[in-house]
Design a protein around this ligand. Structure first.
Ligand code: HEC
Ligand code: HEC
Ligand code: HEC
Ligand code: HEC
Ligand code: HEC
Ligand code: HEC
Length: 394
């Protein structure tokens, strides 16, 4: 590199300016991609001397204990390894740090110590087994958690900001064009070619993503108020989808099970293998208070579209998984299909309906005649009106 620079030194005013230009752009890109890992960022933020007045010595020591930064206190995981202090986008069975902080904020240190050191229930006695903490240290941890409760989980920083990335790619493209036309500083033209195609392609991809995802939420996977797992219920315990989503055969919506239905089993089952008592306790609390559980909807069709589960599940005899993917393998439900108009219409074009022995289709006499006469060998959803605009749009 340096050699090339010296050779063409006469053409460039500064030292190696064409290459340092590239380096600078890569440096900028680098900054956007290699953000510091979140938990480290959060931890260093925490331990930096507080601008907050009440950040006492005790809170700091409690924090170090919670993160496992004090030697010899934990054989295995430290508290923060299980009870995350940063918002995460993966699924975690353990309650997060804010949840436990909030639950014990108003409770006494004795009660807190009791729960951590002589845990009730079989799950917690396994996960809380290997701590070497004395009472005053647990008190310090509680002090830290009380403080933490006010701040809440640290936000996840977006790894890259798409708009900035787009602009940056624009700068790169402009620079390449300027170099080709005016500066002519980069000798190896193929490098410019590759960079140009790469950057342009990336920009187009960003635009395409933004354009096609308007109002849609492919792969949307929100946290739920209770960590209800389809893997545990539908797969490990073989509970039928329609036991809980019991309106899916007769109504437009598949619906969410009411608390009472959960309590059919959970009046007895009070502890789960993965989450212990913590999650089921929330269910029991809702039951006792008579409150519904505010499930977060994963699938959201736009209001101008009409969709009926009964039509597809009962009449169409389509499996839930055809549209929702392998829900029974998910701890947290994820939207698998994009719910676009193309998705609906393509399936209507391709899918043969269960035409015979199906009361619903008796009225289609003309199609029955054609089938008998051998003029057609199958009836698709499209042939019974599945692509008429008015069937799906109000
Ligand atoms: C024990 C009860 C139960 C069983 C069994 C069950 N579900 Fe669910 N399902 C729920 C609850 C509660 C929710 C809401 C919380 C969530 O999204 O996880 C839900 C949510 C869903 C959602 C997301 C709905 C949305 O858009 O928010 C889909 C899809 C779904 N279930 C499909 C299935 C399928 C398919 C099966 C069978 C393999 C099944 N469920 C079995 C209780 C159940
Ligand atoms: C033909 C595709 C298709 C099939 C088959 C299907 N669903 Fe759905 N499901 C959808 C769509 C689309 C939505 C979004 C509806 C909306 O937003 O109005 C949805 C929404 C849901 C919801 C959210 C609550 C609601 O009723 O809107 C649940 C729960 C659900 N489906 C469960 C099931 C279960 C269980 C089965 C199988 C018995 C099933 N679905 C079969 C397409 C399907
Ligand atoms: C037909 C019985 C049945 C119904 C209905 C049922 N569950 Fe469960 N649930 C179970 C069983 C069995 C387990 C597993 C217990 C274990 O791990 O030993 C379980 C476990 C759980 C767990 C803990 C998971 C773990 O392993 O940590 C939660 C939370 C839970 N259920 C919530 C719900 C909610 C919310 C509903 C209602 C939407 C519901 N359950 C309906 C039987 C049921
Ligand atoms: C190996 C993972 C793990 C580690 C390490 C861990 N916990 Fe837990 N903790 C859990 C799980 C899982 C539960 C929920 C168990 C239950 O509710 O039955 C829990 C529950 C709790 C609860 C009670 C929550 C409730 O619902 O009442 C408190 C308080 C708590 N942990 C504090 C701590 C502290 C303090 C530390 C460090 C000294 C720690 N935990 C370390 C996994 C862990
Ligand atoms: C997996 C394939 C599949 C997908 C995906 C699907 N459908 Fe269907 N749909 C069918 C089949 C098969 C029928 C015909 C059986 C029936 O009439 O129930 C049908 C029928 C219908 C009907 C009734 C048409 C009539 O003749 O009355 C409507 C309305 C409908 N679908 C709307 C939708 C909408 C809206 C979507 C997308 C959100 C969608 N469907 C996605 C397979 C699908
Ligand atoms: C099988 C069901 C179905 C049929 C048939 C159908 N649509 Fe749609 N349409 C949808 C769905 C689902 C959406 C929402 C798509 C989305 O969110 O991107 C939609 C969206 C639209 C939109 C709005 C686009 C947007 O981004 O919101 C228009 C306009 C539209 N459809 C027109 C039509 C016309 C015209 C026809 C008849 C030629 C038709 N549709 C037939 C399901 C259907």
């Amino acid at each position: 590199m340096t050699k090339t620079c010296q050779q063409h030194g006469s053409r460039s005013s500064g030292p190696c300016s064409p290459n340092s230009g590239i380096k600078f752009l890569f440096f900028l890109l680098f900054i956007f991609f290699i953000a510091p890992p979140n938990h480290l960022a959060a931890a260093s933020e925490e331990s930096g001397d507080g601008h907050e007045g009440n950040y006492s010595q005790g809170v700091k020591r409690g924090e170090r204990l919670f993160y496992g930064l004090v030697a010899g206190k934990f054989e295995g995981n430290a508290c923060a390894d299980c009870h995350n202090t940063v918002e995460i986008d993966t699924f975690n069975w353990n309650p997060n740090a804010w949840e436990i902080a909030h639950k014990y904020k108003e409770k006494s240190t004795e009660e807190f110590t009791q729960v951590v050191m002589s845990p009730p229930g079989r799950t917690m006695s396994v996960v809380h087994e290997s701590f070497d903490l004395n009472e005053s240290e647990i008190g310090l941890i509680k002090e830290f958690l009380d403080h933490f409760e006010e701040k809440g989980l640290a936000k996840q920083k977006p790894v890259i900001n798409k708009i900035l990335l787009f602009l940056l790619l624009g700068v790169l493209l402009t620079w390449i064009v300027l170099d080709v036309i005016f500066f002519k500083k980069v000798k190896r033209k193929w490098i410019l070619g590759v960079l140009f195609i790469g950057a342009l392609g990336w920009q187009i991809q960003l635009l395409y993503d933004a354009g096609t995802s308007l109002g849609r939420q492919h792969n949307y996977e929100p946290d739920q108020p209770i960590k209800f797992s389809h893997l545990v219920h539908a797969e490990e315990n073989k509970i039928d989808c329609k036991y809980c989503h019991h309106t899916s055969e007769q109504s437009q919506t598949a619906g969410f099970p009411e608390v009472e239905l959960c309590m059919n089993c959970h009046i007895i089952v009070r502890e789960g293998t993965y989450s212990g008592k913590h999650e089921i306790n929330k269910l029991v609390a809702a039951h006792e208070a008579g409150d519904p559980i505010e499930w977060v909807r994963v699938h959201n069709l736009q209001d101008h579209v009409f969709f009926s589960h009964a039509q597809h599940v009962k009449i169409g005899k389509i499996d839930c998984q055809t549209c929702h993917g392998p829900v029974e393998e998910m701890n947290r439900v994820r939207q698998v299909s994009d719910l676009s108009m193309g998705w609906c219409v393509n399936c209507h074009r391709d899918t043969e309906v269960q035409f015979f022995d199906n009361g619903f289709y008796e009225k289609y006499e003309e199609l029955h005649r054609k089938m008998k006469a051998g003029e057609i060998d199958r009836v698709t959803a499209e042939m019974v009106g599945g692509t008429d605009c008015s069937k799906c749009h109000y």
